[in-house]
Design a binder for this molecule. Structure first.
Ligand SMILES: *[C@@H]1O[C@H](CO)[C@@H](O)[C@H](O)[C@H]1NC(C)=O
Ligand SMILES: *[C@@H]1O[C@H](CO)[C@@H](O)[C@H](O)[C@H]1NC(C)=O
Ligand SMILES: *[C@@H]1O[C@H](CO)[C@@H](O)[C@H](O)[C@H]1NC(C)=O
Ligand SMILES: CC(=O)N[C@H]1CO[C@H](CO)[C@@H](O)[C@@H]1O
Length: 634
C-alpha cells in the first residue's frame, strides 16, 4: 500500500532529494535541507519510520535561546547543497545553512554545515556537522544539539546499550493515555495495557537508558524479520561536551536512536554554552558512524551486538579518520599527543607518593579545577592512567589547555598549575606530575569511597508498582522509578542515623539525601552521623563533604546541638542536575569542606547533623560521594 505512495513522492520530488548508494546501503536525503528520509539496507526499503513525516525521520536538532529569551527548538537544515568530494572510495555531501547578520531577526545565529559520508564497501555511513559563528553574529545560548534517528515501529523492538542492558521496548502507543499512565515525572509512564502483554506493569522512562560518555560509545536497535542491527558508534568523545562523566541519553521508546553531542542533562544550566555578540566559534560535531549489520540466523541476533562492539573498536582505531573532507576536521598529522605520569601525594595515606592508578586525566579549555564538567564550547581529550599512573593523551587538536584529572580513592580535582600548549605533530612530555588532594590531618572516620558517585550506598529494591525488569538484580538498581520514596519507606518514622564503626554504608546509608514524605507533603530531613572521640585535640577539625550530585537543595550542617549556634556549613540552592528524578547515581561533582573548632566537640559521643532543609520537593536531593572527618594537623 505504501509503495505507490513512495513512488509518487519520488517521481514528483526527485529534484528535491539525492540518493547515495554504495551497493550495501542506500541513503535518500532531502535537498537542500539535508534531512535523511530513507535508509535502504538488508532488503528493507526504509529502516526509518515511514509513519513519520519525511522531515522527522533522521535529523539534527537544536535547543537554543537569545539571551534572556525563551527556549527555542528547531531542526537544523541546509539551504545550499553541494557534493564535497567524490571518488571510487566514497562520497561526501554537504547541506549548509547560511546566516546573514543584516537580516538576522530572531533566527538562529549559527551556520551549520550538515555532512554525510558514504564509503565503498562500508556497511553504514558517517554523519557530522560543522557549526560556525562569525563576527557580527548576535549573542545566543546553546543548550542542546544532537542527531535523531526514528526507526520503523513495526520492526525495531529490541534495544541494546551494554552487554547487560538490552531489552524489548514498549511501542510508542503504549505511552499514550489508555495504554500508559503518566507518573509524577512526566517522562515516566506506567504500562497498564501495553501492546506487548509481557511488558504490563513496567515503567518506561528514557532516562533509565542514560550512560556516562566514558562507558558508552555504541548503542542501538535490532529488528526482527529480517534481523538488522542499527547502531550509533562514537569513535571519539572529543566533540561531546562535559568530559567523560557527562551522561547521555542513548535510545528510547519510539523506537528512537540518539547521537547526543551537546546537552545539559544531569548537570543543569551551568552547561549551556553562552556566546557573546560577535563571538566567533567553530566546532566540528562528529563524525560519528551509523553501522548496519545483519544476519539470517535468528539464534544469532545477539551476535549483532557483539559485532557492533567490535566495529566500535575498529572505528576508534581509525580515529582520526583520513577520509573526512572538511579542513576543520584535523587529521592525525595535524594533531599532537601528550604523555606523562601522575602521582598522588597524601601523607596521611602513604609516606611516599603513590602512582595515581586508573585516574582520569584530560585536556580541556576549562581553566579552573573541575570546570571541565561544564565546559561546552571546545573539544576535550581524556584518557585513563594505567596501574602505574602513566598516560598518553592522543590526537589532541592544537590549542592551549588546562590539564585536568581526578583519582579514584582521593577527593577533589587535579589541575596542573601551568597551561599545556599543544601543536601539530607535537609529542609533549609532561613528565612526573603530582596531585595533592585536600587534606589537613589524619582521618578520624570516613563514609563511602571517593569515586564521584553514590555507588556503594544503600539502594533498596524498587517499589513493585514501578518496575523496569532490566534493573532488578542489576548493579544499577538506582535506575528504577520512585527511588526517592524508598527513603521514607525504609525510615517510616524517623530519619537516618548512622553510627561510625557500627553501621554499614552499603546497608544503612541511603544513596540520596532526599526530603521525607509526610502525609500530604515532602518535608526536610536531618541525617545524623554519630561518632566517638577518645580525646579532643586543640585546633581545627575538618569535615570533607564530597558530593556526587545535588538538586535544589539547602544543606545545613550542624555539630552536636541543633540550635543555630553550632552551624558549621550552609549551602543554599545547591545543584540543578536533576539526578534524583532522572534515576542517576551522579551529576555535577563538588567538594566542600567545613571547619569544626575544638570547643564544638567533646570527649565521648558526638554527632554531626546533615539537614536537607528545603522541604516540599519530591525530587530534590544530595547524593554524597564520600564524607570524612580529619583531626587537626599533627
Ligand atoms: C528541547 O526542546 C524540546 C521541544 O521544545 C523540549 O521538549 C526539550 O525539553 C528541550 N530540551 C532541552 C534540553 O532544552
Ligand atoms: C549527551 O552528551 C553530550 C556530550 O557530553 C551532552 O552535551 C549532552 O548533554 C548529553 N545529552 C543528554 C541528553 O544527556
Ligand atoms: C619520575 O618518577 C619516577 C619514579 O619516582 C622516577 O624514576 C623518574 O626518574 C622520574 N622522572 C622524571 C623525568 O623526573
Ligand atoms: C555488515 C554485517 O552484516 N556485519 C556483521 C553483522 O553481524 C553479524 C553477526 O555477527 C555478522 O555475521 C555480519 O558479518
Amino acid at each position: 500500500m505504501s509503495i505507490p505512495w513512495l513512488l509518487y513522492m519520488q517521481l514528483i520530488f526527485m529534484h528535491l532529494q539525492i540518493i547515495v548508494d554504495n551497493g550495501l546501503v542506500r541513503l535518500t536525503i532531502s535537498k537542500p535541507q539535508g534531512l535523511l528520509t530513507a535508509i535502504k539496507y538488508g532488503g528493507i526499503d526504509n529502516l526509518l519510520d515511514t509513519k513519520s513525516n519525511e522531515l522527522n525521520r533522521g535529523y539534527w536538532d537544536i535547543n537554543w535561546s537569545l539571551p534572556g529569551g525563551n527556549d527555542k527548538y528547531q531542526l537544523l537544515r541546509g539551504s545550499v547543497y553541494s557534493v564535497i568530494s567524490t571518488s571510487n572510495d566514497g562520497l561526501e555531501v554537504s547541506f549548509k545553512s547560511n546566516y546573514d547578520p543584516s537580516i538576522s531577526g530572531t533566527r538562529l545565529p549559527l551556520t551549520v554545515d550538515i555532512r554525510y559520508i558514504v564509503r565503498s564497501g562500508v556497511s553504514g555511513f558517517y554523519c557530522y556537522a560543522i557549526c560556525e559563528r562569525q563576527t557580527g553574529y548576535p549573542a545566543f545560548d546553546l543548550a542542546q544539539t544532537r542527531m535523531v534517528f526514528k526507526l520503523q515501529q513495526d520492526r525495531f523492538h529490541y534495544m541494546a546499550i551494554t552487554d547487560d542492558k538490552q531489552r524489548i521496548m514498549p511501542m510508542p502507543e503504549d505511552l499514550l493515555p489508555g495504554r500508559g499512565k503518566q507518573l509524577i515525572v512526566p517522562e515516566s509512564v506506567l504500562l497498564v495495557n501495553p501492546m506487548n502483554p509481557d511488558l504490563k506493569g513496567e515503567v518506561d522512562d528514557k532516562y533509565q537508558y542514560s550512560m556516562d560518555n566514558k562507558d558508552g560509545g555504541v548503542h542501538g536497535w535490532i529488528s526482527s524479520n529480517p534481523i538488522i542491527g542499527f547502531w550509533i558508534i562514537f569513535p571519539s568523545q572529543e566533540f561531546r561536551n562535559g568530559g567523560p562523566t557527562k551522561q547521555n541519553l542513548t535510545v528510547h521508546t519510539g523506537p528512537t536512536c540518539l547521537a547526543m553531542i551537546h546537552g545539559s542533562h544531569y548537570i543543569g544550566n551551568d552547561m549551556i554554552a553562552h556566546f557573546e555578540e560577535g563571538e566567533t566559534w567553530r566546532k566540528v560535531f562528529g563524525p560519528f558512524f551509523v553501522y548496519l549489520n545483519t544476519t539470517t540466523d535468528v539464534s544469532k541476533a545477539y551476535n549483532l551486538w557483539l559485532d557492533a562492539k567490535k566495529q566500535r573498536l575498529m572505528e576508534v582505531s581509525l580515529w582520526p579518520y583520513e577520509f573526512v573532507s572538511s579542513p576543520y576536521y584535523l587529521t592525525y598529522k595535524e594533531r599532537g599527543s601528550a604523555t606523562g605520569r601522575l602521582f598522588v601525594q597524601d601523607r596521611f595515606v602513604s609516606a611516599s607518593v603513590l602512582p595515581a592508578k586508573y585516574a582520569y586525566i584530560g585536556l580541556s579549555a576549562a581553566r579552573t579545577e573541575g570546570s571541565w564538567q561544564t565546559e561546552s564550547k571546545d573539544y576535550q581529550f581524556w584518557t585513563q592512567t594505567d596501574v602505574d599512573g602513566n598516560f598518553i593523551i592522543k590526537n589532541v587538536i592544537p590549542g592551549v589547555y588546562g590539564l585536568h584529572g581526578w583519582v579514584p580513592g582521593f577527593i577533589g580535582d587535579y589541575l596542573k598549575e601551568d597551561l599545556v600548549t599543544m601543536s601539530a605533530g607535537s609529542e609533549t612530555q609532561l613528565g612526573n606530575l603530582t596531585y595533592i588532594p585536600p587534606r589537613v590531618g589524619p582521618t578520624l572516620w570516613e563514609i563511602g569511597f571517593p569515586d564521584r558517585t553514590a555507588n556503594g550506598y544503600c539502594v533498596p529494591d524498587v517499589n513493585p508498582m514501578y518496575v523496569n525488569k532490566l534493573f532488578i538484580n542489576s548493579p544499577e538498581k538506582f535506575r528504577q522509578y520512585g527511588m526517592w520514596d524508598r527513603y521514607t519507606d525504609m525510615h517510616p518514622s524517623s530519619d537516618q542515623v548512622f553510627t561510625v564503626g557500627i553501621n554499614d554504608p552499603k546497608k544503612d546509608w541511603f544513596f540520596a539525601h532526599v526530603d521525607r514524605r509526610a502525609a500530604d507533603k515532602y518535608v526536610p530531613s536531618t541525617w545524623e552521623i554519630r561518632f566517638h572521640l577518645n580525646s579532643v585535640t586543640s585546633g581545627i577539625y575538618k569535615l570533607r563533604l564530597s558530593i556526587a550530585s545535588a538538586t535544589r537543595s539547602d544543606l545545613e550542617v550542624h555539630v552536636n546541638q541543633m540550635n543555630g549556634k553550632q552551624l558549621i556549613l550552609q549551602l543554599l540552592n545547591l545543584g540543578a542536575d536533576n539526578t534524583v528524578c532522572r534515576h542517576g547515581i551522579h551529576g555535577l561533582y563538588q567538594l566542600y569542606s567545613a571547619d569544626i573548632s575544638t570547643p564544638l566537640l567533646i570527649e565521648g559521643d558526638n554527632c554531626i547533623f546533615l539537614t536537607q532543609a528545603r522541604g516540599g520537593d519530591a525530587f530534590c536531593g544530595i547524593l554524597y560521594d564520600y564524607i570524612r572527618l580529619e583531626a587537626p594537623p599533627t
